[in-house]
Structures are given as C-alpha cells and as structure tokens.
Design a protein around this ligand. Structure first.
Ligand SMILES: Cc1cc2nc3c(=O)[nH]c(=O)nc-3n(C[C@H](O)[C@H](O)[C@H](O)COP(=O)(O)O)c2cc1C
Length: 309
C-alpha cells in the first residue's frame, strides 16, 4: 500500500477543497492511504482579514519569518509521497506553511521522500516556489511535481475581486458584476485529473517523469509578464519595505504601526500605477528577449533548481 501525506494550510477553505479533489483518485482504491495534515498556527490569522492585520503580515511573509505552529499528530509514520499544498502571501509561502518547512518535524518527514507542491494562489507564485524548491532540497526531499491553480481573471480585475474575497470572506460577485473571486469551481473540480496523473506515475514507479506529464496537462502555466514583474518587485521593492518595517520590531509591535500604514498606502499605488507602466515596458522589450523569455518559461515550469541544471 502507498501512503500519501498531504500537508496544507487554508483560511477560507479554498485550498482545502483543492486538496480534497486532488486526492479523489487515491480514494477509489484500497492500494492507497491518504493522511491529511492541517498546519495550525498557535495564534490564528483572522479570516476575513482586517485591513491593518493584512498589511502587518507583509514583513514576516517576505522575510520568511516563522510563527509558532502546533506540532502535527503524525508520530514517526513514514510516507511514500508528500504533497505540500500551500498558498502564497506576498510572493512567499503563507507564514504558517513556511513555518512548517522550517520546523524540525519537516526535517524528518521530507527526508529522502518524493514531494509534490500543489498551489492555490491568485497569480503571483514563482518567487514563493523558487524558495520552496530550495527548502525542500535543504530538507533532503526530492521535488517531482508542481501543480498550480490560480485565478484566471485579468491581473487588475483579480486584485479587486481577491481583495473583496479576503476582506469580506465572500466568494460571490463583487458589486454584482465582477467575476467571482479566486480559483473557479471548474478548476477546483478539475484538479482531480492531476491526481490521476500522479497516481499513474506512482503505480508505474516513474515519478521522475511526472512533471513532464503535468506540464502537458497544463498543470502549470507561466505568464512571462507576471513572472518578470513579480521577481523584480520582490527583489527591488518588497525586500526594501520589509527592512523598513522590521527596523521597528516584530508583528503586533505598536512601534511599527506607522510604517505598516505607509506601506498600506504605497501598495495600491504600486499595483495601480507602477505595474501598468512596467507592463508597457515589458511589451516594448519582449520582442528582443524572446529567447530568454522562452528559457525562463521552461525553467519556471519545471521542478529542478537553477543550481542543478
Ligand atoms: C496576506 C495575503 C497575501 C497574498 N499574496 C498573494 C501573492 O503574493 N500572490 C498570489 O498569487 N496570491 C496571494 N494571495 C492569495 C492567496 O495565495 C490565496 O489564494 C488566498 O488567500 C486563498 O487561500 P485560502 O485557501 O487560504 O483561503 C494572498 C493572500 C493573502 C491573505
């Protein structure tokens, strides 16, 4: 019997639904057992979010500073496949998910095991995934597959609808005419087909070629404009704001309130003004960068680390 462990942290239940649909093919046979392990922070992040708390989570997300989490009740059980399902917060794995990656328990669980990452995000995830790839390698795990479910709305529309979702907790149409926020029900239901592909590779003992088949089945799609913008914004903007905020202390520290509030004012400006300008520059220079864009798409769709290629 193959034993599969699915690690996840979800606030609204969107990622939980994704995980459950992904695992459906394994439930249809006695040859598999699936263990769900819900990562739980000791101090919960409230959902729906309040404005200040949402922006206060920025510095720790970007700087990958862990929070305290409850130990998972897994004893010393051994698994044949680990599915690490996570969401992105500020281009990083969510703080609770990252806290698990940095825990001692992760060292034992990931060591020498094949790992699949399963993401339920808006549309900016490549920086988070590069970091997660490195962490999995540090833990001794072997990343064999990556599946990304994302919001298919156009970037600015997606920002409006996900903000409505995160601050109201409602997954309906904002003002009655915007598209529904987050990942569509069709995509969430459709993740089962990726579970089927993983199952076939597990049966045939050829997980090393899993990602090729996942890519063919469109489990990952790279948008070169978004991945370029994201990588630039993380390196040049996010890390600088993080330093600025952290100089005034850790989460909940009243001394940093003013800096968090200044960041909260800057954030919509960056999205509404800077990002569209970058888009125009991207379009102008794209024809001269076709070769490097193609190379980047291939790399980011894969599961290998740059240092191992
Ligand atoms: C604080 C915060 C920051 C987020 N930042 C990003 C991001 O940088 N990129 C992205 O694609 N999605 C981002 N999201 C959306 C999440 O990845 C996720 O899709 C959403 O929160 C629903 O997840 P849930 O299953 O935990 O409810 C963010 C969400 C939160 C709460």
């Amino acid at each position: 019997m193959s034993k599969i462990l699915i690690l996840y942290y979800s606030q609204s239940g969107q990622l939980t639904e994704i995980v459950k649909n992904f695992a459906k093919p394994f439930g249809k046979s006695d040859n598999y057992s699936v263990t769900y392990a819900n990562i739980e922070p000791v101090k919960e992040y409230g959902f729906p979010w309040k404005g200040y708390e949402f922006f206060d989570a920025f510095a720790e997300s970007v700087n990958r500073i862990p929070c305290e989490i409850k130990p998972l009740n897994l004893g010393d059980e051994d698994f044949d496949l680990i599915v690490f399902a996570y969401t992105a917060w500020y281009m990083s794995p969510s703080i609770p998910s990252n806290s698990f990656l940095l825990s001692d328990q992760a060292k034992r669980i990931f060591k020498d095991k094949p790992v699949i990452t399963l993401l339920g995000v808006r549309n900016m995830w490549v920086v988070a995934q590069e970091y997660v790839k490195e962490k999995i390698a540090d833990l001794g795990g072997n990343l064999v597959g990556n599946i990304v479910l994302r919001d298919r709305a156009e970037n600015l529309t997606g920002i409006i609808t996900i903000s409505y979702f995160l601050f109201s907790g409602k997954k309906d149409r904002f003002l009655g005419f915007f598209p529904k926020p987050g990942i569509s029900n069709t995509d969430i239901a459709g993740v089962e087909k990726y579970g089927e592909i993983v199952k076939n590779h597990l049966i045939n003992n050829n997980l090393d070629s899993l990602q090729e088949d996942l890519i063919k089945a469109k489990a990952v799609k790279i948008n070169p404009y978004l991945s370029t913008t994201e990588q630039m914004a993380y390196k040049r903007v996010f890390t600088k704001w993080t330093k600025f905020i952290l100089k005034k202390g850790g989460p909940g520290n009243p001394d940093r309130k003013t800096r968090v509030r200044i960041f909260a004012c800057y954030f919509p400006f960056a999205i509404l003004v800077i990002a569209p300008i970058e888009y125009v520059f991207f379009l102008i220079f794209a024809p001269f960068r076709l070769k490097s864009i193609k190379k980047e798409i291939k790399y980011l769709s894969g599961v290998k680390l740059k240092s191992n290629i």
